[in-house]
Write a protein that binds this ligand. Structure first.
Ligand SMILES: [Zn+2]
Length: 326
């Protein structure tokens, strides 16, 4: 299938490392622009460098991003662009546009700077998690993209000699922080998730009682009330917060009708679709199964050719519905 070969061609650029606004991302955009023209799309590049292959009167957009994390996988982002071009080629008369947004992994930077918005947006993306693989299902319909709250919590203690200070006389900041890490885990009610993924210990010496510990908290929930609840349960002050967004309107309905029995998922990862939905564009997202236990942002990221075939069929059908003249 053409889609798989094109993913290989994109992956060959930079060996899986295509940072936003780098020469490697530029090269990926050039390659995709050629494929867009072959699919009968007119290529336009906006001020942010986003690549848009469009047809006359295009009000429905589909696409994703071509940048990657360092040493990333073959499917994250690229699949959504390549599949969109394939769907556009299969619908030669549909008034649609295919978008390749800039620098998703470090922003998203490109989709945030759009000066023009479509009436509807559809994004196909690899799941980047194990849910579909565990369910034995090739495709899933995204219902919402989780909101995120991040912040740092500081524990103050007192530096002391590790040999001469009795246990009862210590103020050990790391022991307090350790209790907090467990508290974070116990505060979560699924489908929300929360993670302490980074800690800083001062002075960080084997023979000194820890004086100060900074703990980074990342909390995510599928709806705003759930995120508020989680923040309150953990008891921290987020330094940054992005509200959750629901998938909705004709793009979501089209996917839901085409896949009535497919699992419904909340995306724990952010996507360009999140930016468009937050800007008020009715948006739908289709997930394709991640293999290898759902690993992503690494070269082991994998989806099968069969699953991708199915996903391209569904994307094409959904776009045919959305662009049908009534
Ligand atoms: Zn992505």
């Amino acid at each position: 299938m053409m889609v798989f070969g094109r993913l290989d061609e994109l992956y060959a650029i930079g060996g899986g490392t295509r940072r936003g606004y780098s020469p490697e991302e530029d090269a990926a955009h050039d390659l995709a622009a050629g494929w867009m023209r072959e699919a009968g799309l007119e290529v336009v590049i906006d001020e942010a460098g986003n690549l848009l292959g469009r047809r006359e009167g295009a009000r429905v957009w589909t696409g994703s991003h071509l940048d990657s994390v360092p040493n990333g996988g073959k499917f994250d982002g690229a699949l959504g662009v390549v599949a969109a071009i394939e769907a556009a080629a299969r619908l030669p008369d549909a008034p649609l546009a295919v978008a390749a947004f800039r620098a998703e992994e470090t922003g998203p930077m490109g989709s945030k700077r759009l000066t023009e918005l479509p009436q509807a947006f559809l994004e196909l993306h690899i799941e980047q998690g194990p849910v579909l693989e565990r369910a034995g299902e090739p495709l899933g319909v995204v219902t919402a993209i989780a909101g995120q709250a991040r912040g740092a919590v500081v524990f103050e203690g007192r530096a002391d000699h590790a040999g001469t200070t009795p246990m009862s006389a210590r103020e050990d900041a790391l022991v307090e922080a350790a209790r907090f890490v467990l508290h974070v885990r116990e505060s979560v009610r699924e489908p929300a998730v929360a993670t302490v993924g980074a800690i800083e210990v001062e002075p960080n010496a084997m023979n000194v009682v820890p004086a100060r510990v900074t703990v980074a908290v990342d909390a995510r929930a599928p709806d705003a009330a759930g995120l508020d609840e989680l923040i309150a349960a953990i008891g921290f002050e987020p330094g940054s917060r992005i509200d959750p967004v629901a998938m909705s309107g004709p793009p979501f309905d089209a996917l839901a009708e085409l896949l009535p029995d497919a699992p419904r998922l909340v995306s724990g990862a952010g996507h360009d679709a999140m930016v468009l939905a937050a800007a008020g564009v009715p948006t739908g997202m289709l997930f394709v199964r991640s293999l290898n236990g759902g690993v992503s942002h690494c070269p082991e990221e994998l989806s099968s050719e069969e699953d991708i075939d199915l996903a391209v069929d569904v994307l094409t059908s959904a776009l045919a519905r959305l662009t049908a003249v009534d």
